[in-house]
Ligand binder design. Structure first.
Ligand SMILES: [Ca+2]
Ligand SMILES: [Ca+2]
Length: 297
């Protein structure tokens, strides 16, 4: 029936009459009306167009701009690296944002972490090393990670750093001095120069004693405009300091170690998960939002 009515020009009296007669037995078509009839070529085209339009509207209503998606997931346009460490095996740790994968060193292994898997580190030589970092470390930045400290020792233990030639550009991790910080302290610090004996007077030490064997969210922030550095623990700002002399590091990101006297050092005993680097100073509100975005552990 469709093919038979299809040959008529839309709107012709003959077409309407014939259509009415043909359809009368089974369909209710108003006699003499110019109502569209299913199947006429122009109507098919119109309804196809309408369907396409509806489909497009539906698709568009479900499409969220990339930036919004990133905000919803706790990310944003200044997030340049995110090593989720969700791999289950192998020696490569993907960077889901910046395309700079890490290489697992020292026979470290992936294990259940704070979000999916994490890298488990022996505190001896295990770490994850990248070749570069998409960050000008003399400018503002933020580094964020979940850390799991399995033992406390005297000295410096670094969960995330970026290599300079002789020392780390920054260190995010733990520090214990039996006189200064006998219970241990979370730390974010930036040496003043890339030398072995560089003063590290700008440490942002946590006022909280570091807890063992639990996941803790650490964020280090450097604001190049004011020279300030801040440390956040579980979304709360707990320490700050000043950096006098910004310098730029050329090395890669190191997960699970720092650098001293030109050599890898400060190997982290425990786990590290979801390492992020941003090319700006994240505000306290955004750090709280980021922390909250992980949900209960
Ligand atoms: Ca090892
Ligand atoms: Ca993970």
């Amino acid at each position: 029936m469709v093919s038979r009515v299809g040959g008529f020009a839309a709107g012709s009296p003959l077409r309407v009459a014939l259509v009415a007669a043909v359809f009368a037995a089974s369909f209710s078509v108003p006699m003499g009306s110019a109502a569209p009839v299913n199947g006429a070529p122009s109507d098919v085209a119109a309804s196809e167009a309408a369907r396409a339009q509806r489909a497009r509207v539906v698709v568009e209503s479900r499409t969220t701009p990339t930036k919004d998606v990133r905000l919803l997931t706790g990310q944003d346009s200044t997030l340049v690296h995110n090593w989720r460490l969700d791999e289950t095996s192998g020696t490569t740790a993907a960077d889901s944002v910046g395309g700079v994968p890490g290489t697992v060193q020292g026979a470290a292994a992936f294990a259940p972490g704070r979000v999916g898997n994490a890298i488990a580190l022996d505190g001896v030589d295990d770490h994850v090393s990248t070749s570069t970092v998409n960050l000008r470390t003399s400018e503002s930045f933020t580094v964020s990670a979940w850390v799991y400290l399995s033992s406390k020792h005297d000295g410096q233990f670094t969960a995330v750093s970026v290599d300079g030639a002789n020392t780390s550009k920054f260190r995010l991790g733990h520090f214990l001095d039996r006189f200064e910080t006998p219970f241990g302290s979370w730390v974010f610090e930036m040496p003043e120069t890339d030398t072995e004996s560089a003063p590290v007077t700008k440490a942002a030490l946590s006022v909280l004693g570091a807890e063992l064997n639990t996941w803790t969210h650490l964020v280090g922030v450097y604001d190049a405009v004011t020279g300030r550095v801040w440390l956040y623990v579980n979304g709360e700002r707990v320490g700050d300091g000043n950096l006098q002399n910004p310098w730029s590091a050329a090395g890669g990101t190191q997960i699970g170690r720092g650098k001293e006297a030109g050599a890898p050092a400060e190997f982290w005993p425990g786990g590290v998960d979801d390492v992020r680097i941003y090319t700006e100073r994240l505000s306290t509100d955004r750090i709280k939002t980021l922390y909250a975005s992980y949900g209960a552990g």
